[in-house]
Structures are given as structure tokens and as C-alpha cells.
Design a protein around this ligand. Structure first.
Ligand SMILES: [Zn+2]
Length: 468
């Protein structure tokens, strides 16, 4: 793509606090942040809270918490849009004075009646020539210039041209005097000296109107980049039906921040066939021309795979610290009777298999507490009328020989199975079921050693007593 980037780069993320941060908006924030860092620019945050009825401070807090969780901090003071109403009104007056905007006194019904456009109710510009000093209620409309079309070079999609006939003299202030979305966005982006507006493709239809406002106000028009949406498996925009849509929900579900970042950036952006990127690599490689033009389907299996990779990259100590700080403050305490080394060893055993930290916490807790129930299908598959006798022989052997290393235990169990004339799994699987309630889990001898001989024998006896 031939378009030069306006620099020094200043970009912004501008969420509305009318809900928790949507995973798609979260990716938009990431793209802005990466773009700023890649170009040595500035990343800014603006809270668009002018919809006073729907905006809530708890959502602002939740948005900030989501950004903090992944360490996306704005480089300058956060702009709060609602604090700028006086400035918005001042600029509105400027447009009225320059003749680029005018008061319209028509009612909705009058406009609909006069409109000859069947696809949208367009305004015919009647009040362009109306007496502006009347006292009737009015909205303020932007006066479209005498041009054929509005054109811009989207940094992702290339040149986009919209014929002026698709627009009308759109409203920039409501009857109560409050300015509308497109107007305040332009005033605020100009005040923040934004050089690139990187946002979701649902904003494309706003862009021609905003460009006309920039021009009428004599501001420099920024560059635009519209990111394709994140889709659910059905191919529609990702919605609550498809699973969690808020960024912070993924924290609660046990995803590591860097794993979610890695996954979301790769969802819509590519650098060769590479899948796993450090934050530094993302900054180094990220450019908008490598962002795809089509929507990407959210794939939880792939996120799980990436999260598993990141879990394994961390030491057990780091994982325990993260879990205590961000996920489950009580987790380490619940592993009562275990030393720090035992806790870490248990995490080590399970982290090879876990896709999320919630899974890890659940499995390690079960391992620590011992099973409350046994997986029925595993009992069916791995035990029979003789298992009780084998377990008794195993307990007797352990109590006599007291094997004190993993290898010694393994050797002793192997020779016992030979003596009994049974396959190794006929004893190893019931051992595993006794320890954790199912036959799927880490190495049985590693688990046995971690649980400790005394507790392991207790668990073997409990299983034995439930068998026929
Ligand atoms: Zn009118």
C-alpha cells in the first residue's frame, strides 16, 4: 500500500462506558497501541460518555481494569468527553457563524412527508434558506458542500469513495442543544491531534461525514483504518450467544493476558506463519497493511491452545503468584499441609495438560483434596472382581517395602504385577482412579510421591472399600 503514514503518530482508543469492554473493541485498542508503539508514537484514551443515560462509571472502571490487566496504558491524561460540552458548543457556534451549519425547524413528520428517498429518510435542505432567528425548537444541521463525492484512502481497505448523494444535511446538534456523535468525535480527535483513526468497520459510514466536518472546521483530516469485525462461528458478528464477549471475562475464565493479546492480534493480522509472538515482536512486526480485509471467526479452541503454550512458558512459582493476584487469592491457602515446593510440584504436574488457569486450579485442588466420587466409566473399564485383591496386595507391598523414590515405587509395582500375573495397567489405572477419581491425569507415580505414602494408602483403601 502506497500511503505514507502521517507522523509523529498519535492514535486513540475511544470506548463508550455503556457496557463491559467487548472483545472486538479490545482488539481495536490493541491494534491502536501496537500501531503507536511500532511507529514510536503516542497512544491515547478517550472515554465517550456523552450518552448520559446509558453511560455508567462502573463500566469506565471495568474498561480501565481490562486495559490495565494487559498493560495497555495511555501515554497522556485520559480525555473524558462529557467534560468538554462547553468546547463542543463553542465549535458548534463557529460552524453556524461560518455558514457551514444552520438551524432546522422542521418536525420529523414534515421531513418524512417531503422525503422522496425510499431507502432512508433524507432531508431536503429546506431550512438552508429559512429565517434563522425564529424562536421555534430546532436542530442544527451540517450544510453539505457542493461536491460530487467524499473520498479517503483507508489504510486497510484502500480508496473508498462515497457519492455525496448518499448523504444529506445531517444533524450535528439535537433539539436540546447537545451535539451528536459524529460532531463531537471530530472536535475531540482534532483537539487530541489524532493522526490516524483506527476503529471497527461498523464506523465506515461515519467517516465521510466526519471528513466533511474536518474540512469545514479547517482541521487536518486524519488517516483512517477500519478493522474487520470479529465473527462468531455462525459468521455473524460475535455475540453473547457465542460465549463470553467481554475482555475481562477471559481473565475470570483463566486466560493469561499475553495469551489473549497474542490470540486477538493474530485474529485478523498475520506475519508469515508465525503463531506465538512476544509483546516486543508484536510491536516490531505490526503494520496495518498486514491486517486482513475480511472478518475473522473467533475460535476458542485456538485460544485454548495458545493459552496452554503460555501457561507452560511460565514457572509454577510465577503461575501461583499470578493466580493469587488476579484470579483466586485463596488458592494457595486451600492447599493446606503442602509446602511451597509441593504446591509448585503439583502445578508442574498439571500445567502440561491445562488450557486455562481455572482448569489448572480445579485439577490441582482435586489432586490435593482427593476425589469425592469416581468416574463411573473408568470404574467400569479398569476394575473387576479381582481389583480389590490387587489393591490389598499393593497396599501390603507398599507398607512392607516402603519404596521412597518414584523409580523404586515403579519397580515395586511392576514386579508385583508380574507376581500377580496381571498387566501393568490393571494396577496402575486403579491407582490413578484412587488418587484423583479418574484414569486421565499426570503420571501415577509422580502423583503418588506428591500425595505422600500415608495419604495415598488412605485413598487406595477408600477406593477398595467402594469396589464390589
Ligand atoms: Zn428544516
Amino acid at each position: 500500500m502506497g500511503t505514507d503514514i502521517i507522523s509523529p503518530v498519535r492514535v486513540r482508543f475511544a470506548p463508550s462506558p455503556t457496557g463491559h469492554l467487548h472483545i472486538g473493541s479490545f482488539r481495536t485498542a490493541l491494534f491502536n497501541w501496537l500501531f503507536a508503539r511500532h511507529h514510536g508514537g503516542t497512544f491515547l484514551l478517550r472515554i465517550e460518555d456523552t450518552d448520559l443515560e446509558r453511560s455508567k462509571s462502573e463500566y469506565t472502571d471495568s474498561i480501565m481494569a481490562a486495559l490495565e490487566w494487559v498493560d495497555l496504558q495511555p501515554d497522556e491524561t485520559v480525555m473524558i468527553q462529557s467534560e468538554r460540552l462547553q468546547e463542543h458548543k463553542r465549535v458548534l457556534q463557529e460552524l453556524l457563524s461560518s455558514g457551514n451549519a444552520y438551524k432546522c425547524f422542521c418536525t420529523q413528520d414534515e421531513i418524512a412527508e417531503r422525503s422522496n428517498n425510499s431507502t432512508f429518510i433524507s432531508y431536503d435542505g429546506l431550512c438552508r434558506t429559512a429565517d434563522q432567528s425564529q424562536s421555534a425548537p430546532y436542530v442544527v444541521r451540517f450544510k453539505l458542500p457542493e461536491i460530487d463525492s467524499v473520498s479517503f484512502d483507508d489504510l486497510i481497505r484502500g480508496t473508498i469513495t462515497v457519492p455525496i448523494g448518499q448523504l444529506d444535511d445531517f444533524i450535528i446538534a439535537r433539539t436540546d442543544g447537545t451535539p451528536t456523535y459524529n460532531f463531537v468525535v471530530v472536535v475531540d480527535d482534532a483537539a487530541m491531534k489524532i493522526t490516524q483513526v483506527i476503529r471497527g468497520e461498523d464506523h465506515i459510514s461515519n467517516t465521510p461525514k466526519q471528513i466533511l466536518l474536518y474540512q469545514a472546521l479547517g482541521y487536518r483530516v486524519p488517516q483512517f483504518a477500519h478493522i474487520p469485525l470479529i465473527l462468531g462461528p455462525s459468521g455473524e458478528r460475535l455475540s453473547k450467544r457465542d460465549g463470553a464477549t467481554s475482555a475481562l471475562a477471559y481473565k475470570e475464565l483463566g486466560y493469561l493476558p499475553d495469551a489473549l493479546v497474542n490470540y486477538l492480534v493474530r485474529l485478523g493480522w498475520a506475519h508469515g506463519n508465525q503463531e506465538i509472538f512476544s509483546r516486543e515482536q508484536l510491536v516490531e512486526f505490526f503494520t496495518l497493511d498486514a491486517v486482513g480485509k475480511k472478518g475473522s471467526i473467533f475460535d476458542i479452541e485456538k485460544l485454548n491452545w495458545i493459552n496452554g503454550m503460555y501457561i507452560r512458558e511460565h514457572s509454577s512459582k510465577e503461575l501461583l503468584d499470578y493466580i493469587a493476584k488476579e484470579l483466586d487469592a485463596e488458592f494457595a491457602q486451600r492447599l493446606s499441609g503442602w509446602s511451597d515446593a509441593q504446591k509448585e510440584a503439583a502445578i508442574d504436574l498439571y500445567k502440561e495438560r491445562a488450557h486455562t488457569l481455572i482448569e489448572l486450579v480445579k485439577e490441582v485442588t482435586l489432586f490435593h483434596d482427593g476425589p469425592q466420587t469416581y468416574q463411573e466409566s473408568d470404574i467400569q473399564k479398569w476394575t473387576d472382581t479381582s481389583t480389590k485383591e490387587y489393591i490389598n496386595a499393593l497396599i501390603a507391598m507398599i507398607e512392607n517395602e516402603k519404596p521412597d523414590t518414584i523409580d523404586a515405587l515403579k519397580g515395586a509395582v511392576k514386579s508385583l504385577t508380574k507376581t500377580l500375573g496381571i498387566k501393568f495397567v490393571a494396577l496402575a489405572q486403579p491407582m490413578r482412579i484412587a488418587l484423583i477419581g479418574s484414569s486421565a491425569g499426570p503420571g501415577v507415580f509422580e502423583m503418588f510421591e506428591l500425595v505422600g505414602r500415608e495419604k495415598a494408602i488412605e485413598r487406595l483403601k477408600r477406593l477398595r472399600d467402594t469396589l464390589q
